[in-house]
Write a protein that binds this ligand. Structure first.
Ligand code: PMP
Length: 416
């Protein structure tokens, strides 16, 4: 079979046309053209099932949770805690006590970095990589500043893979935590996280994996990965904005101080002293994002109803198709050519500024992301101010990939 017919076969097993009908937003015109949404890495679209679950929640069961005073409250609590169980199962966590709702990946990382303040001091090291999102850089930089610890950085190869030699050199018995992205939002690289987590643990370090870009494509098994913390955002996995997840090993969460204080997170309050609620509520001060939790649960249920292997094959077919078309645009080059990638393509075109590429594609109905992608150190490494990035989801089609490239050819002809 040719590359293209293999790609078509992979897509055929998935029934992309039927899937697209589940995502109402995709069926619209933007700037007079059919929308081609290739900005899934920034935020993915929501299936009807998520919209309906949240609508139904507000129409039939909204009330505050964990109050136990009346029927609506019980319904809301059941739906809310049911979603937590869905996430537990998705991550294969041992217990729902290990699943903390957060506002997203960013807040989850801040919770952990903040909680570790008392445990680090001068001489201790925090290990991250050169391909991290700012959300997995700045909280650690601030932790280092607060405690006198040193921030160490694993190098990246020109292809956009982690430099494993550099990892070996940077990891030491002084490493207190390894905080690493599972998948790079810029490069699409899937990092060998299980192997690196095992090495970090052997060196006595804690481990946190940023799963923001991994969960739309893979189902992570936190027990198999062996990490201490795993974090992700709902909006990238086809759920609503405003909610995310901190998975933490139970004993570690027990030992970690809370991040915010107020209602829900307490057991007993007197003016002299307050004691904390049990896990996970110790980390959930205030009224939580209830409808959003329900929506996230529905997004995971929706994904569970799809054939994950077929999704992976179809997504890889999109990436392969894109790779085969790169040469059709004079001056185009891809940043991030790792052997193991999710369907994300960062690129530049000689003579064109990334933001101009974005604007001109938008005029043709094609949505991509341009800029530094919240990864300025990585942009510095590649010596670019930013890149253009097309990030695909399983609802994208091979025709849309073709449209992207013919639009790029048009842009290139007009401007270079
Ligand atoms: N980490 C990675 C790898 C990301 O791609 C993102 C979102 N672009 C984040 C962290 C931050 O996620 P959020 O803005 O949802 O907190």
């Amino acid at each position: 079979m040719t590359d293209l017919s293999m790609a078509k076969a992979a897509q055929a097993t998935l029934d992309v046309a039927a899937i697209r009908r589940d995502f109402p937003i995709l069926d619209q015109k933007v700037n007079g053209k059919s929308l081609v949404y290739l900005d899934n890495g920034a935020s993915a679209q929501k299936p009807q099932a998520v919209l309906e679950a949240m609508d139904r929640y507000y129409r039939e069961m909204h009330s505050n949770v964990h109050r136990g005073a009346h029927t609506l409250g019980d319904r809301a609590t059941t739906a809310f805690e049911g979603a937590r169980e869905t996430v537990r199962e998705f991550l294969n966590a041992a217990s729902t006590r290990e699943i903390v709702w957060t506002r997203g990946t960013t807040e989850a990382i801040n919770m952990v970095a903040n909680g570790l303040t008392g445990r680090l001091g001068a001489g201790d090291e925090i290990l991250i990589s050169h391909m991290e999102h700012h959300a997995n850089i700045v909280p650690w930089q601030m932790l280092a500043e607060r405690t006198g610890a040193t921030l160490k950085v694993i190098a990246v190869t020109p292809q956009g893979e982690l430099d494993l030699e550099s990892f070996g050199q940077q990891l030491s018995e002084r490493t207190r935590i390894l905080a690493l992205t599972h998948v790079s939002n810029v490069l699409g690289t899937v990092n060998p996280v299980a192997e690196l987590v095992a090495k970090a643990k052997a060196a006595g370090a804690l481990t946190l994996l940023d799963g923001a870009q991994a969960v739309p494509h893979y189902r992570p098994d936190v027990q198999a990965l062996g990490c201490d913390f795993y974090v992700f955002s709902s909006h990238k996995i086809f759920g609503p904005t405003g909610i995310g997840v901190l998975y933490g090993r139970e004993q570690l969460l027990e030992d970690l101080p809370p991040y915010q204080f107020g209602g829900e997170m307490i057991e007993r309050v007197t003016f002299e002293k307050t004691t904390w609620n049990t896990l996970p509520y110790k980390f959930e001060a205030g009224t939580p994002p209830i409808a959003e939790a329900v929506g996230l649960g529905a997004a995971i249920d929706y994904l569970n109803g799809l054939d994950r292997q077929a999704i992976e094959a179809a997504e890889q077919a999109l990436l392969e198709k894109a790779n085969t078309l790169v040469d059709s645009v004079p001056g185009m080059s891809v940043i991030g050519t790792a052997a193991h990638k999710v369907p994300v393509m960062s690129f530049k075109v000689d003579g064109l500024h990334p933001s101009d590429i974005g604007t001109l594609l938008d005029q043709q109905g094609i949505a991509i992301r341009t800029g530094h992608h919240c990864a300025m150190p990585l942009m510095d490494f590649y010596g670019v101010p930013g890149t253009a990035r097309a990030s695909f989801a399983f609802y994208n089609t091979l025709e849309e990939v073709e449209q992207l490239f013919s639009a790029l050819q048009k842009v290139q002809r007009l401007f270079v």
